[in-house]
Design a protein around this ligand. Structure first.
Ligand code: NAP
Length: 327
């Protein structure tokens, strides 16, 4: 039975990946931080097959102990301070966890190593936010980085240190440069889920309006369930490499809002939306749109769920989620 160790197990991607790897017959271990993590209860209920392992990306000895315990074949480093807005407020914490956390994981892997003929393979969760003020469109694995937030800067460090350790120490370490991916498990702080959840609440009479930032921002949005498959595929190749994972399609926040409201039969959505400059980013990224040709050709990966189906799925989930609370 192959063994996988996931950091960020309580996050959106960690949950999708745990489900995916379990279905493939993996034994799944997940790093859980904090002495009383509130998300542990949900994890035990929904993913009883995941073995929780205590530890923190800020604490190298805890990562070494976690790897010694889990003895994984594959490590998926998804743990991060992942919300761009938080990274502007807590830049040092973001640099420590999202950036230096990657270095600590690489060091832990070097120390624990794994079986001689089967060294530990690492997947690192890089991000399209590294492209920021984009140098070319669409972005590929060769597009230079120009991050526009402390989050993006920390991810660039994480990305570069993975490349450096791969080249210096011959580690099997890959980075997936993933463009935005969403789903019903997305945190409520992220704009897609904020919109679909608020639309469900407005439909159910629980909320009057949604307050948003820049409606013109555009993103390349895919479905998280599709993207975790690309992570796994990267670690099944003969050679480690980096890949852009994206749909190649772009939509604006306004498109997202209009689609979500249409799902609940509300056409005059502008009556329910207010803009507030406090939700604008201090520095906005340009048009992020990914060219995932390399992943499509070399990994045989492609996205299955399109944007409209994704928003439909999220609104349907949030209608059930919010409806259950008032029944
Ligand atoms: P998420 O839902 O925000 O999950 C983040 C995870 O990191 C949570 O499980 C969190 O644990 C954990 N974490 C935070 N601080 C930690 C620490 N000090 N030690 C250990 N774990 C810690 O993020 P996601 O959407 O699943 O994304 C997964 C990864 O992909 C992240 O690295 C993200 O930056 C990257 N990424 C995401 C996207 C996207 O569109 N979703 C795109 C590109 C890259 P708690 O629950 O205990 O706080």
């Amino acid at each position: 039975m192959p063994r996988a160790f996931i950091t960020g197990i309580t996050g959106q991607d960690g949950q999708h990946l745990a489900e995916f790897l379990h279905a493939k017959g993996y034994e799944v271990f997940g790093l859980v931080k904090g002495q009383n993590n509130p998300r542990m209860v949900q994890m035990r209920d929904e993913f009883p097959y995941v073995e929780p392992v205590p530890g923190d990306l800020a604490d190298l000895p805890s990562l070494v102990k976690a790897l010694e315990f889990a003895q994984p074949d594959e490590v998926y480093n998804l743990g991060a301070i992942s919300f761009v807005a938080v990274s502007f407020n807590q830049a040092e914490l973001t640099a420590n966890i999202t950036g230096l956390g990657v270095l600590r994981m690489l060091e832990a892997i070097r120390m624990v190593g794994g079986a001689k003929n089967n060294p530990i393979r690492l997947y690192q969760a890089s991000s399209s936010e590294m492209f920021g003020k984009v140098r070319e469109t669409p972005q590929t694995e060769l597009t230079p980085f120009h991050p526009r937030s402390p989050y993006g800067c920390a991810k660039v460090f994480g990305h570069d240190i993975v490349v450096n350790y791969r080249e210096s120490y011959d580690l099997f370490a890959c980075s997936g440069i993933l463009f935005n991916h969403e789903g019903p498990r997305r945190g409520l702080e992220f704009v897609t889920r904020k919109v679909t959840n608020s639309v469900a609440r407005i439909k159910l009479g629980l909320q009057q309006e949604i307050v948003l930032g820049n409606l013109d921002s555009k993103r390349d949005w895919g479905y998280a369930g599709d993207y975790v498959k690309a992570m796994w595929l990267m670690l099944q190749q003969d050679q480690p490499d980096d890949y852009v994972v994206a749909t190649g399609q772009t939509n604006s926040i306004e498109d997202l809002v209009a689609l979500a409201f249409a799902e609940v039969g509300i056409e005059n959505w502008r009556d329910y939306v207010r803009q507030d400059p406090k939700f604008f980013r201090p520095a906005e990224v340009d048009l992020l749109i990914g060219d995932s040709s390399k992943a499509r050709i070399q990994l045989g990966w492609k996205p299955e769920v399109d944007f409209a189906s994704l928003i439909k799925m999220m609104v349907a989930h949030d209608l059930r989620f919010e409806g259950d609370k008032i029944r």
